[in-house]
Design a binder for this molecule. Sequence first.
Ligand code: SF4
Length: 339
Amino acid sequence: MEISGYTIDIESAVQLIKEKNYKTIAVQVPEGLKRSIFPLVDFIKNETEATVLVSADPCFGACDVVNYELKNLDVDCVIHIGHTAIADVENFWIPTLFLNAQSTLDVSKVVEKALPSLIGKKIGLVTTAQHLHTLETVQKILQKHNFEPYIAQGDERISSKGQILGCNFSSGANLSEQVDCFLFIGSGTFHPVGLLLSTKKPVIAADPYTNTVKKQEMEDMKNNILRQRYGAILACRNARRFGILIGLKRGQQRLKQAYEVQQMLNDAGKLSLLITQDEFSPVSLQGFDLDCYVSTACPRIAIDDYLQYKKPIITPVELEIALGRREWETYVFDEILKE
Ligand code: SF4
């Protein structure tokens, strides 16, 4: 089924519901698809006898699957739309079907436009779930223009070759020695700037929604972020009381790392609290009398939401720098990688 410029294989969900004779199902979609939920739900209701519940809980990635919360509502199955599964996020209380939302946009035009901006001949190709099916087309366009495109598999958290997440750039990192630059297909700056910070290779971002190509903007944003991160690290250097954030979303839980962070703080003579929450927000943290936070939840909280919080938030790697265990020159972007 096609809705709002995306193809969603809702037919396979219907097939599963019929096969398993599910009576109640829950559908979870990202913010961008909430407006278009009616035809999806109608289709399921018309094709099956299931009752359909729609989850309004925010969902920013496959790390964030509504599940055990629905157990008391007798939900038999969750249909999670808009993200591909993260392989190590498993053992759900309720069986969960992931359905990708593939963009119907033609990427050829913006890829052609990006060609003069590419650096060198060896080009690493990366994208988000919505455009994975276009990588073959992109590859052919590059080859036609005598470039050498490379697409790599990421670690076990990544479901398809060439895919990156905002917290996992391993499909890019696996190529960084081999390529001269990366071509990112997709919207926004969240993913390409993360890729640039992670791989330290030039990234050219081709956005098929706006038909724009960004190159220098990526560098400028990276430099701004690094300046901000340096400031955050300095602000934490003399802090006494730390909050260590542990995300409860299944794909964001890094308990072992949280304990390691606490050990590091203990060794440095600092006080700390381990704080859990499903969705951290400035409001939920404002009651604590702490000097700063170290986030082991989604790495983007510290990077992208930093200005929303009254107290500095840093990543575990940044804590190492703040405590003098690591040099700023060896700064690495925080990612959730398969151990
Ligand atoms: S942890 Fe953050 S960056 Fe990673 S998939 Fe979830 S929301 Fe995206």
